[in-house]
Design a protein around this ligand. Structure first.
Ligand SMILES: [Zn+2]
Length: 354
């Protein structure tokens, strides 16, 4: 089931509305009937969250990261960025861009509303609600900015904290501290939500922060551990390959024997490509013995021995292949080994238990 719906796009970035936001909008519409003040506020909140997220995405693009989409949740959005930068100074700049945009918008609106209604200055100093749209929208943006700056990993503030810390200490240590702090904030938010019923939404945010911090911690620890692992450390040098003249039935036998899902195609010691299980499965069983491997579409993908398995893993996931040939850098048609997804997941398991 899909939990978010595409509602538009900006600069080619699809913007999706999460179902919780949609439910909130509908609920507020019903609850605020026949006075739609709160409803308008929620609609504006939605617009401001879009601005906030676009700020993250624009900075991410500036650093060359691909932004897959923006998903809007009531408490903020999530920019799905192709990969999390492991460059701390880029990370904190990307993270701070959203809250900064909210704060700038908020203070600009505040300045305008004070120009029009100077009498609000007493309300501003008392943090009171005025019931004036312009003024309340200013408060909304400032709150959105400040709330997201709470250093509760994986919220924006937590990412800023990790990035700034990682400029000084090791990335994995910075993550560990950021995660501790995130979990503490998560627990505090849940407690505050229970103690003060008007802040009950904090219970949900707290749980989200706590789980998010734990997940991200594990991910970072694994990636950091695996970042140092090279293809040559986990590849197999025993290569089971098929010849282009062999039939598809024979190719399947080779796959079964080697317990690979895909097979390397090699002719006279020269690498031709990878024939995938998925392609073979498209052919009816009774036709497989008559067809030869060379009649199949081959994937021409390979890796080098000194590449990081994290990078190679990304290629394998993208290309939906279970094995990748490792070729000689000087002579790219010569296969020196094979890296399987099984070997990568073994390395994952090992680094997790370390
Ligand atoms: Zn943000």
């Amino acid at each position: 089931m899909r939990y978010s719906f595409k509602i538009g796009s900006a600069w080619g970035i699809p913007i999706e509305l999460h179902i919780t936001f949609l439910l909130l909008i509908i609920a507020v519409f019903i609850l605020s009937y026949p006075h739609f003040y709160l409803f308008f506020i929620i609609l504006f909140l939605f617009l401001f969250v879009v601005f906030h997220e676009l700020a993250h995405s624009v900075v991410a693009r500036h650093y060359g990261f691909k932004v897959r989409k923006i998903v809007l949740y009531p408490i903020g959005g999530v920019s799905e960025i192709e990969e999390i930068p492991d460059n701390p100074s880029q990370e904190w700049r990307m993270a701070v861009a959203g809250p900064l945009t909210s704060l700038v918008l908020g203070f600009a609106l505040l300045a305008v509303s004070l120009l029009i209604y100077p009498q609000f200055i007493t309300a501003v100093l008392a943090f009171a609600v005025t019931g004036n749209l312009l003024f309340d929208l200013a408060t909304l943006n400032i709150s959105l900015g400040l709330f997201n700056l709470i250093p509760a990993f994986p919220m924006d503030g937590g990412r800023v904290f990790r990035g700034l810390l990682a400029e000084r200490i090791r990335y994995s240590d910075a993550t560990r501290y950021a995660v501790y702090l995130g979990k503490i904030f998560g627990i505090v938010m849940v407690l505050v939500g229970f103690l003060f019923p008007s802040y009950f939404l904090l219970i949900l945010v707290g749980i989200f922060v706590y789980i998010g911090a734990s997940e991200e911690a594990e991910q970072t620890i694994i990636s950091t551990a695996l970042a140092g692992v090279r293809v040559k450390d986990v590849m197999q040098s025993e290569i089971g390959s098929v010849n282009p003249q062999q039939s598809l039935t024979e190719a399947l036998e080779v796959m079964f024997k080697n317990r690979y899902h895909d097979a390397l195609v090699e002719k006279d010691g020269i690498f031709q490509g990878v024939v995938t299980w998925n392609e073979l499965m498209k052919i009816k069983p009774e036709e497989r013995s008559a067809l030869r491997v060379e009649q199949m579409p081959l994937k021409n993908i390979s890796a080098y021995e000194d590449e990081s398995i994290l990078e190679v893993n990304k290629i394998m996931i993208r290309e939906k292949i279970d094995l990748i040939p490792v070729v000689d850098k000087q002579n790219p048609t010569k296969i020196v080994g094979v890296l399987t997804s099984e070997a990568i997941s073994n390395a994952y398991e090992k680094s997790k238990n370390r």
